[in-house]
Design a protein around this ligand. Structure first.
Ligand SMILES: CCCCCCCCCCC/C=C/C(=O)SCCNC(=O)CCNC(=O)[C@H](O)C(C)(C)COP(=O)(O)OP(=O)(O)OC[C@H]1O[C@@H](n2cnc3c(N)ncnc32)[C@H](O)[C@@H]1OP(=O)(O)O
Ligand SMILES: NC(=O)C1=CN([C@@H]2O[C@H](COP(=O)(O)OP(=O)(O)OC[C@H]3O[C@@H](n4cnc5c(N)ncnc54)[C@H](OP(=O)(O)O)[C@@H]3O)[C@@H](O)[C@H]2O)C=CC1
Length: 256
């Protein structure tokens, strides 16, 4: 799709890189010549993913929870010791659960906000301070979600992802002085491991209600991420690109 050495020797961190969209992004980065770090909480699964990815190029696993500042700092220290720099951060780790808004407990709300807003923020600020600001260069890609018309059924993640959307715009301006670009990708419904967490009845016939009549693929999201991190997107910053087959614009995907 792109030229072979598009990301040659770029050092890239993909959070949640052991599965689904994150794994595919890590895979694509390796295929285009990058050195890739993946991080997530479940160490055994993370190591197994890195072992498979290593067949394509240099890939390292560092376990950590994006919600724990000291664990994020530890990820930064490992990358510094091994590579001495970081060029690109992909904030992909995240997750939530479907629930009517009135039923979400304070703990449930906080768990989702911590995972998707606070965790993304800790990662972003720490990697910027450790690498991008001193290097005077960097690119950040935030994987959020389609919350164009709110996120009925998952108000907590809608709020968290809207927060990251706004962080993306704000930092594109504040950190332009450090030559840092920051963009977001808002996937609609993507056929990935993440979807296995949702009850099948919720997803039944969902394709019929998406204008392009299908779910997206992890490869399609990864191609967009590669484009945004590459020199082809050097003049793009503060942007959120929806990749949703038109879902944000038409119809009701889920019923209440
Ligand atoms: C009717 C319309 C519905 C619309 C829904 C559309 C569905 C399809 C849309 C697809 C688009 C998005 C897809 C994806 O994002 S795929 C990626 C999915 N992957 C995940 O979501 C990962 C799994 N999720 C999580 O890890 C968790 O959700 C969470 C982030 C919350 C985990 O955090 P933590 O480990 O800290 O959680 P705890 O177990 O300690 O629980 C903390 C409190 O949260 C409550 N909780 C957790 N899970 C659920 C649940 N499934 N239902 C209700 N409540 C939940 C839990 O009870 C705790 O609160 P309490 O102490 O008060 O009990
Ligand atoms: N698939 C879809 O339709 C859509 C997905 N998204 C978002 O895209 C991203 C990837 O989703 P997808 O690949 O489908 O789902 P997955 O559930 O396969 O991937 C989520 C990844 O994030 C990691 N992760 C979750 N929480 C944490 C944490 N606190 N610290 C570190 N790592 C964490 C998980 O690994 P581990 O368990 O080892 O920590 C896992 O590798 C998520 O943010 C998701 O919400 C958005 C819209 C639609």
């Amino acid at each position: 799709m792109f030229i072979k050495d598009l990301l040659k020797d770029k050092v890239i961190l993909v959070t949640g890189g052991r599965s689904g969209i994150g794994y595919q992004i890590a895979r694509s980065c390796l295929l285009y010549g990058a050195v890739v770090y993946i991080t997530s909480r479940k160490e055994e699964k993370l190591k197994a993913a890195a072992k498979k990815l290593k067949e394509l190029g240099p890939c390292y696993a560092i376990a950590g929870d994006i919600r724990a500042v000291e664990q994020v700092q530890n990820v930064a220290e490992h990358i510094k010791a091994l590579s001495g720099r970081l060029d690109i951060l992909v904030n992909n780790a995240g997750g939530q659960f479907p629930a009517p808004a009135q039923d979400i407990s304070p703990n449930g709300w906080n768990a989702v906000i911590n995972n998707n807003l606070n965790g993304t923020w800790y990662m972003t600020q720490i990697m910027a301070k450790e690498f991008f600001i001193p290097q005077q260069s960097g690119s950040i890609i935030n994987i959020i979600a389609n919350m164009f018309r709110g996120f009925p059924g998952m108000v907590h993640t809608g709020a968290a992802r809207a927060g990251v959307d706004n962080i993306t715009k704000t930092l594109a301006v504040e950190w332009s002085r450090f030559n840092i670009r920051i963009n977001a990708i808002a996937p609609g419904i993507i056929q990935s491991t993440g979807l296995e967490q949702y009850p099948p009845e919720l997803l039944k016939d969902v394709s019929d209600r998406i204008p392009l009549k299908r779910l997206g693929t992890t490869k399609e999201v990864a191609d967009l991420a590669v484009f945004l991190m590459s020199p082809m997107a050097n003049f793009i910053t503060g942007e959120t690109i929806y990749i949703d087959g038109g879902q944000r614009l038409w119809g009701d995907v889920f019923e209440f």
